[in-house]
Design a protein around this ligand. Structure first.
Ligand code: AKB
Length: 318
């Protein structure tokens, strides 16, 4: 049977593309987009939309009951950089929305829940290279603490109440459709816009900062693949490691230079350097591969090619 889906935070970087893809698969009227504000024309014109503040439990429950929702994708969150500026606001948003959705699922009002975790669950004491699924996790950022706590609660609700909750630890996500908001890995998106506009970029991370990254199309495919996997194959009910590729700002700049030979990068690390330094260089995602067949497609040269083409096309259209 076709699930009836609600996406919370549908206007964000992941939400927009996830919503459009889910509408292709399940039909536009089976995927309800919601956010605290309206989104891009492409999203708003692609199917039903509701204004929703997901911290408001009554409003959330009304929408779930009204549309007879089966599955919720909870994509609303405050990311690492912004969360350091507004710790309590980040904690309240990231945790309360999760509890609302988990409790509605526990009460039998939802069948499945998707909630995104992040490589931010790892911290300075975590092994940095090829970070395993199970390892030391002592996050040192507000965002990381909220994601690590969220993972514990997801696993608890699954074990204790049988809630079918699924999650991925996303690396930095690279896309051009909708800008990211307030993350540490955002440099790897900003750089493309500045490369096309000005052939230069002043990076807020040091040149040797290696971080796990992924092209959005891979991340969307992983999310839908995990949600479609038979329940018994989803053995991790905290969240799955997903690695994609790893590169430094210097590697990325060198790849961009192959397309824009005059491109120049400068470095001026800000407070986000400390966040990046606390995260892994690279991730071992073999558990996701073994459990539900995950593998990424996009390597760095392809990402740079599609990003430059996408940003250029977008700039011509606007
Ligand atoms: C961030 O930089 O905060 C996010 C993330 C890695 O979760 N992109």
């Amino acid at each position: 049977m076709t699930p009836k889906i609600l996406i919370i935070g549908a206007c964000g970087q992941i939400g927009t593309e996830l919503c459009i893809e889910l509408r292709q698969i399940y039909g536009k009227n089976n995927v309800i987009a919601s956010d605290i504000r309206s989104g891009s024309d492409a999203l708003m014109e692609s199917g039903p939309f509701e204004i929703l503040d997901a911290t408001n439990l009554d409003a959330l429950e009304n929408i779930i009951l009204h549309y007879e929702i089966d599955d919720v994708y909870l994509m609303a969150a405050m990311l690492s950089g912004t969360a350091e500026k507004f710790p309590m606001k980040a904690w309240n948003l990231n945790m309360n929305t999760l509890f609302h959705v988990l409790n509605l699922a526990k009460e039998g009002k939802l069948k499945k829940v998707y909630w995104p975790s992040s490589i931010a669950v790892f911290g300075p004491s975590t092994p940095k290279d090829n970070t395993p699924q199970q390892t030391i996790m002592e996050p040192s950022t507000v965002y990381g603490i909220s994601k690590q706590t969220g993972e514990r609660w997801c696993e608890y609700y699954h074990k204790r109440y049988g809630v079918d909750v699924r999650s991925i630890r996303y690396p930095g996500l690279i896309s051009y459709t909708t800008p990211p908001g307030g993350g540490t890995t955002d440099y790897a998106v900003e750089i493309f816009h500045e490369a096309v506009d000005k052939a230069s970029y002043d990076c807020f991370l040091n040149e040797e900062t290696s971080l796990p990254m992924m092209y959005m199309e891979d991340a969307i495919r992983a999310t839908i693949q995990l949600m479609q996997a038979p329940s018994e194959k989803v053995k991790q009910r905290s969240a799955y490691n997903l690695g994609g590729i790893s590169f430094t700002p210097k590697d990325l700049a060198a790849e961009i230079k192959k397309h824009i030979p005059g491109f120049e990068i400068t470095y001026q690390a800000d407070f986000r350097q400390a966040i990046a330094d606390s995260w892994p260089n690279s991730i071992d995602d073999s558990v996701a591969t073994n459990d539900w067949g995950w593998s990424h497609k996009y390597e760095l040269p392809q990402i740079v090619e599609v990003m430059l083409a996408g940003v250029r096309k977008q700039e011509i259209a606007t």
